[in-house]
Design a binder for this molecule. Structure first.
Ligand code: FMN
Length: 349
């Protein structure tokens, strides 16, 4: 990799980690929408809380709770140290771990040893690799992405769709011509399942239907209300939260609700993410139809504050509370939780 490219990559990764360690990169005029929903309390619950089983299948792998650590970082020593700690937490929790963009692996195998370390730390939990829509659209040889599977022993490949972020990133890629054609090739030829994800601006039901037609096996909506990635790039360019596009995106709850409707027609894994920062939003995302939930910045912040143990405690806390919510809503299984256990708040009054 040429040095100026390398320097820019190192700086960008460091900026992303630094900005996401703080709360400066939150939406200011938009929420994920979950506050509009209330759980329906069941005074006559017969759910046996001690018998609730949250184990779920993630592309054939059994995981302990329906949650994954969203794709974040990689490509520098600092990023690799973070991934190793996240891998230790994910292994202990028996949940999937998402890796940050692996674009650099297409250009050089200098960092293959990072992935050997991560796989060793992660044991046999599912690892989700990551590549950008820009790389998928511009490739002349979609088979080249097999390098990622070989070099990093990933079980699933996530393609991130981030047009809003690219629009505000200096030198961002703005030509996505060929995306759907290449995505279709990739989804049908690479040896592992391909999923697509946003990075915080959300995937609507309409967009998800087009994506599912290509053969991708999962949609991570990564909706608005948590980290704003236009915001991250606006701050990197010296702007601030009064920028017109700071709050761009579709709220996570809307995305989950509309993408979930596609379950009638397509068989796919629906990942609910984007501002899943507390037990109740986690539970409401599952109740609205997410098969599993995911979180990025909140997990990163826990890691930076209290290491691997803090991540384990955060996620265990979400699922201890989930069991309480299932008990109080009379939901003995996750599918019962998804069956009319939420009410829109305005209907309560
Ligand atoms: C430090 C950091 C780096 C990220 N890098 C990537 C990336 O390389 N690829 C990707 O698909 N998403 C990346 N994301 C986006 C997250 O996966 C996630 O979709 C987004 O932050 C919204 O979730 P949140 O509100 O829980 O943070 C990154 C997020 C963080 C916090």
């Amino acid at each position: 990799m040429p040095n100026n490219h390398n320097d820019e990559l190192i700086k960008r990764k460091a900026d992303h980690l630094r900005l996401c360690a703080s709360d400066r990169v939150k939406y200011t005029a938009k929420t994920n929408g979950f506050e509009n929903y209330e759980f329906i309390h069941d005074a006559a619950t017969e759910t046996d809380i001690s018998a609730i089983d949250l184990r779920t299948l993630f592309f054939g792998h059994e995981i302990n709770v329906p949650f994954m650590i969203s794709c974040m970082t990689g490509g520098t020593d600092e990023a690799n140290n973070i991934n190793l700690k996240l891998a230790a937490a994910a292994r202990e929790l028996k949940i999937p771990l998402g890796l940050g963009s692996q674009r650099y692996l297409l250009e050089s195998n200098d960092l293959v040893h990072h992935f050997e370390m991560i796989r060793q730390e992660a044991g046999d939990i599912p690892l989700v690799g990551n590549i950008g829509a820009a790389q998928v659209s511009m490739t002349e040889n979609p088979d080249e992405f097999s390098i990622l599977v070989e070099a990093s022993k990933i079980d699933v490949l996530a393609v991130h769709l981030n047009p809003a972020q690219e629009l505000f990133q200096k030198g961002g890629d703005l030509n996505f011509t060929g995306l759907m054609k290449n995505l279709e090739y990739l989804a049908n030829h690479i040896e592992i399942p391909v999923i697509v994800k946003e990075v915080g601006s959300g995937i609507s039901g309409t967009t998800a239907a087009r994506l599912l037609e290509t053969g991708v096996k999962g949609i991570d909506v990564a909706g608005a209300g948590g980290t704003t990635w236009t915001g991250v790039e606006i701050l990197r360019n010296g702007g601030n939260s009064s920028h017109n596009f700071w709050n761009w995106g579709l709220p996570t709850s809307y995305c989950i609700r509309t993408v979930h409707e596609l379950k009638m027609k397509y068989d796919f894994l629906l990942i609910g993410s984007g501002g899943i920062d507390n037990s109740f939003d986690n539970a409401r995302a599952l109740a609205l139809g997410a098969d599993i939930t995911a979180s990025a910045r909140k997990v990163l912040q826990a890691l930076l504050e209290g290491g691997t143990d803090a991540v384990i405690n955060l996620i265990n806390g979400y699922f201890e509370d989930l069991k309480k919510i299932m008990f109080l809503t009379g939901s003995s299984t996750l599918s019962e939780l998804r069956n009319d256990k939420l009410i829109i708040k305005s209907e309560l009054f």
